[in-house]
Write a new protein. Sequence first.
Length: 733
Amino acid sequence: MEAAHSALAGDALGAVRRECEAIREELTVLGAEAARSLQERATVELNEADAPTQLTDAVRQLIVEGDLATAEEYLLAAREGNTPPRAQHAALADFDAFFPAVPQALADGITPAVITAVENGTTLGPLDFGPLSPGDRKIAVAALTAWHHVATRWAQVRTNTYVLSPALRLAGIEYEREADPGLPVASNLRRWVDLRDVTLIGKVRLPAFGTQADGRLRLLMTSEVTDAAKLLAWVQQDPSSIPVMIAFIGTLSPAQRRTLAAACAEHPAKPVLVLDAAALAYLASRGSGQFTLTERILAPFSAINPYTPDANEAVPEEMFYGRAEELSAVTDQRGVSLLYGGRRLGKSALLRAAGRRHALTEGHVALYLPLPSSLASGTEEIWDMISTELGREGIGLAPCRRAPTAFRRVRDAVTAWLDQDRTRRLLLLLDECDSFFDAEADAGFPQTTRLRDLMSATERRFKPVFAGLHQVQRFAGLPNQPLAEAHFGRALGIGPLSPGPAYRLLQEPAEVLGINFAHDSLIHRLLAYCNYHPKLLQVAGQALVSEALASRTPGGPPWTIDNDILERVIGSPDLRCRIRDTVRLNLNLDPRYKVIALLIAHNAHTNGVEHSMSTRALRQQCAEWWPESFTHHTADEFRVLLEEMVGLGILAGERDGWRLRSSNVLRLLGTPDAIKEELHAHDPNDTSTRLSISQARRPLPGACISPLTEGSGAGLGDRLTCPTSQVPVLVAN
């Protein structure tokens, strides 16, 4: 590369061409060597794992095709006794059953013949109404009759209210009232209606119509459609961000539907779905009355992107995947109270999701409270913050009662509220607790102790949950302080998503939008590239949908993500930069992480990414590179650091040692020269992340503090209880 660059600078294009050919040949040789190495490794590990034949064949085929990153992911799954997830294609099956056959068969819209077929439970073209139950048939007849009534008497009924309510109910859209949005209408052939207090029935995949709509929906009723551009021009008359459902009383032909899809891709600013007669008839034949089916057949013609990588903790409910056990542990009255994990791994999103689930039960209230770093100067301020949040939920002391301090005001209000009804529960979700705990440790944990005591006094009907970085786990690991496991239970680590939910996060929303992957291995390649990191998967999903919209062809939907499209997404500078920044951000949580990762990466470049380093050898190398930090680590303390890095998705533990989780992590850490340079540039005077609690000193009576830190006190306690003949001697000055 350096030779080619020099030749290019000298304007010697012939030399540039020769150097590029040499590079291409060398890459071919290196790729073949890497494939042979992975094939040898796969043969051994697949036999050891007793992997099923189908998985073994898939790994070998991926190696032959040169897709080594995906082959490695399949191999990791086999070693863990798992099978890589596969798509069920339920959404595409529904779409294929609808389009284009149903629009072709119902070109005349909802006619009396269609309603009669529903009443008699017979077939009509591709639609079979026979399996409908009597109740579903009655609902379908009412919906189709209302639609037909509007189509044949538009001039008389266009200004009536609730005229399409039965049809919308069949589409899984229920609402409490209608209102006039006040939008200008220049034609008697269309009408705007504002639907309020909307509830969508069934599992929704599109946040724009679900949680982000806040219970509102704009309905545009029309009996004329000349072209898709005019239809979308009408939608642009609405300047709000409220999603729009267009109810076209006739039927859009397959050609009009495809034109609509292309037009929406060119103007993707507003979420729009178009419900027509053909779509309503198909929904009637299925009898589900769920929006789940409605969005499956209508969303492929829209340009909605459901991924929100910049939402941080406010991940829409529809796009929150996995974490089922963690959610149960947080919401369970006797479950965990301590969460820890790296940056951007979804701790805040998990707390928000737990709060939503908790609040679904009557009498259960959840408070989400991110703690500012300013609490480090005075942790007692937390009670004023809690009091404010309680007030928003209507929980407070009666006007006749007074409390001298914010703590007592909160304690008395919570206790009184819970005492009014034994079924009540209050879940306090405290996020970003690291600075708070650092300050608490220095003061002897006064507020943490009060929170623990309030939890105990209410029999855990009031339950605080603390979330933070790995510092939280380290606090919980030391005894004789309020955060110890005996008080708040074990600390729960939040790491990368497990393969199943991560796969569904990419596959399911895309399929609802009419986007199919040419092969499952493409999804697994992207999972490997993002290291199963939930935020990065949101970034990748958003980029995939945007690329699919930009690549729409006249023949779709559906549209297919092939290898070329995927490589464009993976190769985008934005995604590459975000992934590298996220890995580095987590390594920078503790300078020791960075040194460990770089040393293992150096070993991987030398001996192969599959080569493990023993704990002893790795600890020895770390001590050589950074003696000021690693020399005094015990073997157990060093192992804790390594296990934390496993939780971050950077390392993998083996029987004989430790290695990088995958070759993708190695690629993100840099080339051999870059890693050597970074190791040599490491500042030996850098301070490692302190275990604040282990260095804190407990307050003693008489305004004194303990001569022992919590860490040394815990160590002394272990020695005193050790069954040995040795006598420990404590010396102080």
